[in-house]
Design a protein around this ligand. Structure first.
Ligand SMILES: Cc1cc2nc3c(=O)[nH]c(=O)nc-3n(C[C@H](O)[C@H](O)[C@H](O)COP(=O)(O)O)c2cc1C
Length: 299
């Protein structure tokens, strides 16, 4: 599966950042090397504690999270996690973030010496980083600056993870394209909140969080459709995928690959099951190659 920047994945199903740990936690039940790729938890230059609990809450057909990008930092990831992933033959995509434009460049640069990283995905779209002032991917100027800083810091394939919390996501995909990204990931979570009637307080310590899971699939499917039509970059679809059919819908509208997030939290083998359902569909429909199916939506 050609995803631009010289990167081709063995199959189109990828584990989404923040829902598959550092790629090794589920290895006893689901072989991470059998997925097209694993996007690891978003890394920063220094370890980050994230927000205090409660930071997850279940909603009808989904969940809200405000983890706050907790992670062990790029240095420990490279020293402690990456060697295992390399040994196991996992296709690793590193998701990363910074608190300033410069820090985005630095964290991407810090990964550059390490081998065994197939691509870098910059997260500019978390709804849970108050330090950003507002979601970076809702600000055209800062989006351009961050993508340019990341591009200037690596020759690796560069994916930009966009926010659906905008009026016109195509505008932001085009900015990523203009600043040298190789692919866009559509999309992160939708800002939402839950309140407790008894305490009369927000449920999440952060006040609000990001909505993910089946509830968002129709919204993100449309966003992917728009970006595929409005931007030349390969699009990776992510939002509410829990079955082979969901994934195939994204591929039909033109996504070159998909990421599975929340579904992995209740079934670590969800991605592998989805992959096998895609294969069965192609067999049943007598489609030799997935590329013959991608983007064939009519009307
Ligand atoms: C618990 C949790 C943690 C997440 N952490 C990250 C992260 O660190 N970086 C990132 O770019 N996206 C993160 N995401 C967003 C997911 O990667 C994905 O874009 C989103 O959940 C939509 O896909 P889904 O509906 O399949 O979960 C997180 C999502 C969840 C539920």
């Amino acid at each position: 599966m050609d995803l631009g920047g010289g990167l081709s994945l063995a199959n189109p199903v990828i584990a989404a950042s923040g829902t598959f740990g550092y790629g090794l936690e589920y290895a006893g039940v689901a072989d991470p090397a059998a997925l097209g790729a694993v996007v690891v938890k978003g890394l920063s230059l220094h370890p980050a504690a994230g927000h205090p609990a409660p930071r997850m809450v279940e909603t009808p057909a989904g969940m809200l999270n405000a983890i706050g990008l907790q992670n062990i930092g790029v240095e420990r990831f490279v020293a402690e996690k990456l060697p295992w992933l390399r040994e196991r033959g996992v296709t690793v995509v590193v998701n990363c973030w910074g608190t300033t434009v410069e820090e985005y460049g630095e964290v991407v640069a810090a990964l550059d010496g390490a081998s065994g990283i197939a691509a870098v995905e910059v997260n500019i779209s978390s709804p849970n980083k108050r330090e950003w002032g507002r979601i970076i991917a809702t600000d055209a100027k800062r989006t351009a600056e961050v993508v340019a800083a990341a591009r200037g810091s690596t020759r690796r394939p560069l994916w930009v993870k966009l926010s659906p919390n905008v009026t016109d996501i195509v505008e932001f995909a085009r900015i990523a394209e203009a600043e040298g990204a190789d692919a866009v990931c559509v999309a992160n979570t939708y800002v939402g909140m839950a309140v407790d009637l008894r305490t009369r307080r927000p449920v999440l310590s952060n006040g609000s969080g990001g909505l993910s899971g089946p509830a968002i699939k129709p919204l993100t499917l449309r966003a992917v459709h728009q970006v595929v039509r409005g931007c030349r970059l390969p699009v990776i679809g992510v939002g509410g995928i829990t079955s082979g059919e969901d994934a195939l819908e994204y591929l039909l509208v033109g996504a070159r690959a998909v990421q599975v997030g929340t579904a992995h939290l209740y079934d670590p083998s969800a991605g592998l099951k989805i992959l096998s359902q895609i294969k069965k569909f192609l067999e049943r429909e007598a489609i030799d190659r997935l590329t013959q199916f991608i983007g064939t939506l009519e009307g």
